[in-house]
Structures are given as structure tokens and as C-alpha cells.
Design a protein around this ligand. Structure first.
Ligand code: ATP
Ligand code: MG
Length: 232
């Protein structure tokens, strides 16, 4: 396999389990239960993109305001305000009443910033927007095609619930080039966080579930450890 150009996440341990990073231009879905770290991972991905790799990024929020996202980032000492002032980052809240407008907003902002990284969070609300499955399928496919065309490495988040493992694989994952799963696994009286890569087109991946930690500096993937390794 030819080694593709990679978009490094810069998140400790994550690029290791992706054998170097996300293949450039891939569309990746992050599925996880509430509080599993989806938003944190997305912000860290964009923040690192600017400060470590000099790549502009765009964050499309379908739920929280830009101020809420900025405050969340500041908990980890990621000074996103300065990056916004330097036009290396934009955080835009889009109300999803007009799907076509969402697409043009993304295209316009990506070209204004020269963005190489894009996040749509929480992407799962697409589904709620369409009454009919067929409509959802068509529109999500067309969004996926557009995202491939604009030359960004994109992450869309997807909420799953702990007790509904069967609804795990929504439509978005089939459209996507890659799927990362963030888990909270109950072990006796506590939850353990972990990450698994379900698929990633164009690269070899780790097939294990790796524990993750969320601390004041962000997410850390324990790439050398496996979940339950020391609790078997
Ligand atoms: N400094 C920290 N140390 C440990 N845990 C933290 C720290 N800061 C935040 N957290 C936790 O990390 C998690 C991050 O949540 P985040 O909002 O990224 O998850 P999410 O998957 O986007 O959730 P939602 O489904 O609500 O959108 C939260 O559970 C939060 O309590
Ligand atoms: Mg979130």
C-alpha cells in the first residue's frame, strides 16, 4: 500500500494507532456516548492543526454557540480566541433549518480561511432534520461528496447511547472513510474511557481498544496499552 499523505491530529497516542495520522482528505465520523470526549477531541484536532502544523481549521457547531465552544477550549488552556483573530480558525454556529445553506456556509468559510481541517459537531442532528430516510440518505451523501471536494480532512461527530449498541452504525458511517469510536465502559463501580478505530480507508490501523485519559491538557490515547489489559 502506498503510504498516503497524513493529517496529523497531534493528539498524544492517536496518530500512533492510525500509523501516522488520518489520510489527508478523509471524512471521519467520531461516534461516542454522551460525555465521551467527542467535542474535546474535535477542538484539540483543530487547535493542534493551527499551532503545530500551521493548517487553518473550521468548526461548524450545530448546537453550541461559539462562546460556549471557546469557553470549553479555555478549560484546557487552548487559546482559540487568538487563533480566531489571526484568521487561522473560525467557529460558526449554523442553525440547521436550511441544509443547502449549511453546505454553502461550509464552502464559503473553507475558501475564506483556506481551511485544511473541518469539524461538524454534533453531526448526528442531520438525521433529526429529515423525516424520510431516503431524504436523509441523499442529503448526507451529497454533503459527503461536497466535503471530499473542498479538500479538507473532516470530522463529523455522532452520538450513540450506551444501551443501544445496535443503532451504532448509522448512515454517516457508511458514507465516511473512517470511523472512530469513543467508549465509556462500565467496570464494577466506574467507567473507563477508551477509543477504537472501526475503519480508516487508506491506512493500516490498530485493531485494539485503547484506554484514553482526559486531563487538563486534553486527550491522551494510551497507544501501548489495551483496554482490560490489566484487569483480565
Ligand atoms: N480536566 C479534565 N479532566 C478530566 N476530565 C475532564 C476534564 N475536562 C473535561 N473533562 C471531561 O471530559 C469530558 C469531555 O466531554 P465532551 O464534551 O468532549 O464530550 P462529548 O462526547 O462531546 O459530549 P456530548 O455528548 O455532551 O456532546 C466530559 O465528561 C468532562 O467532564
Ligand atoms: Mg459534544
Amino acid at each position: 500500500m502506498v503510504n498516503p499523505v497524513r493529517t496529523k491530529t497531534g493528539i498524544p497516542g492517536l496518530d500512533e494507532i492510525l500509523f501516522g495520522g488520518i489520510p489527508e482528505n478523509n471524512l471521519v465520523v467520531i461516534s461516542g456516548d454522551p460525555g465521551s470526549g467527542k467535542t474535546c477531541l474535535c477542538i484539540e484536532y483543530l487547535y493542534n492543526g493551527v499551532v503545530k502544523y500551521n493548517e487553518p481549521g473550521l468548526y461548524i457547531s450545530l448546537e453550541e454557540s461559539a462562546d460556549e465552544i471557546i469557553s470549553f477550549a479555555e478549560l484546557f488552556d487552548w487559546d482559540v480566541r487568538t487563533l480566531i483573530e489571526k484568521k487561522m480558525l473560525a467557529i460558526i454556529t449554523v442553525e440547521l433549518y436550511d441544509f443547502d445553506k449549511l453546505k454553502t456556509t461550509i464552502e464559503d468559510e473553507v475558501s475564506r480561511l483556506g481551511a485544511k481541517r473541518l469539524v461538524i459537531d454534533p453531526g448526528v442532528v442531520f438525521r433529526l432534520y429529515f423525516e424520510r430516510e431516503l431524504d436523509a440518505r441523499k442529503r448526507i451523501l451529497s454533503l459527503g461528496r461536497m466535503l471530499k471536494r473542498i479538500g479538507c480532512t473532516a470530522i463529523i461527530t455522532n452520538e450513540i447511547s450506551l444501551d443501544k449498541a445496535t443503532s451504532l452504525f448509522g448512515l454517516e458511517e457508511y458514507v465516511a472513510d473512517g470511523v472512530l469510536l469513543l467508549y465509556h465502559t462500565k467496570l464494577e463501580d466506574r467507567f473507563i474511557r477508551s477509543i477504537g478505530i472501526l475503519k480508516m480507508r487508506g491506512t493500516k490501523i490498530s485493531e485494539k481498544l485503547h484506554p484514553i485519559r482526559i486531563t487538563n491538557t486534553g486527550i491522551k490515547v494510551l497507544s501501548k496499552q489495551e483496554l482490560f489489559e490489566d484487569v483480565k
